[in-house]
Design a protein around this ligand. Structure first.
Ligand code: CP
Length: 315
């Protein structure tokens, strides 16, 4: 198979296992490219991509822009702050105005869950979801799974625990879908208040004791507490959260096997993980960021290639 089954990357939910494996083998090739002296290829010459960020980002925004430039695409960047969104312009009007400038692909981060799905019903360009509220962040899950595959080999049978603020996380849901499609066993761990009830229906384990979760897993993906999305208190204090669910070196070293630590960033050092853990040899945080560029090159390349051949499905 050399084509994705989708026209847009709106969520991992809409990808097949074959799609994910195709993205990974394409990523293997692009990872070689970005480690060469000449890091640029002409694959997306004459393709114009708009990066629309309606919400803050460091890693995802820079990573997409770098991936697009490495593929020789023409790139325009839009941030909601300082734009006409604050004057009351609708999402469709904003995007249609940008598309009138002959844009082929849209990478969008938006605070509303489903914003990319909504947009895909109204415009022709390929849409890549760069994080939609608390819903999905598909390229983050792909780069997380790719990083595990790089370190541990195939994901089938591997045990991955996602720890922390599951309720407000788009990374968690995309990771659950991606890991399940690749045959991994998945657990979420955190305070009861930060694990939505519907997670019990996803066919994964739910644990509230971090030590038990760490003894069970091969990989721990430590999520950030998203205080900016919390308008009520979900736990008494950050100090108490950190005591119950924060990972320090003593706990890591007390485990009977060496596990891998992932974190999507940005890190709250001393809250979900200590600096010693973040900077330890078991942490893959910077490899995740490196793999993010290659993953995004693969996604952009495959979607653009598929569009040229006109075989995209509806979603
Ligand atoms: N991992 C992630 O999405 O980071 P940013 O919010 O900085 O893009």
């Amino acid at each position: 198979m050399s084509q994705l089954s989708v026209k847009h990357l709106l969520g991992i939910k809409y990808l097949t296992t074959e799609d994910i494996n195709l993205i990974f083998t394409t990523t293997d090739n692009f990872k070689q490219v970005i480690n060469r002296k000449i890091k640029k290829v002409p694959s997306l010459r004459d393709v114009t991509i708009a990066n629309l960020f309606f919400e803050n980002s460091t890693r995802t925004k820079l990573s997409f822009e770098l991936a697009e430039k490495r593929l020789s695409a023409d790139v325009v960047n839009f941030s909601a702050s300082g734009s006409s969104v604050s004057k009351g312009e609708t999402l469709i009007d904003t995007v249609n105005n940008i598309l009138s400038m002959k844009v082929d692909m849209v990478v969008m981060r938006h605070p509303m869950p489903g914003a990319g799905i909504f947009l895909s019903r109204h415009i022709d360009a390929n849409i890549i979801n760069a994080g939609d509220g608390t819903h999905e962040h598909p390229t983050q899950a792909l780069l997380d799974a790719f990083s595990i595959r790089e370190k541990l080999g195939e994901l089938k049978g591997k045990r991955v625990v996602i720890v922390g603020d599951i309720l407000h996380s788009r990374v968690a849901l995309s990771n659950v879908f991606c890991l399940q499609k690749l045959g991994a066993e998945v657990m979420v761990c955190g305070p009861t208040t930060l694990i939505p009830k519907y997670y019990h229906t996803l066919g994964i384990k739910v644990e509230h004791d971090l030590k038990k979760a760490l003894h069970w897993c091969d990989v721990a993906n430590m999520l950030r507490i998203q205080l900016e999305r919390q308008d009520i208190k979900f736990f008494p204090s950050l100090r108490e959260y950190s005591l119950m669910f924060g990972l320090d070196l003593k706990t890591l070293n007390s485990l009977s096997k060496e596990i891998i630590i992932l974190h999507p960033g940005p890190i709250n050092r001393g809250v979900e993980i200590t600096s010693e853990v973040a900077d330890s040899s078991q942490s893959m945080i910077l490899q995740q960021v490196e793999n993010g560029v290659a993953i995004r090159m693969a996604v952009l390349y495959l979607l653009a290639n598929q569009k040229e051949q006109g075989k995209g499905l509806a979603l």
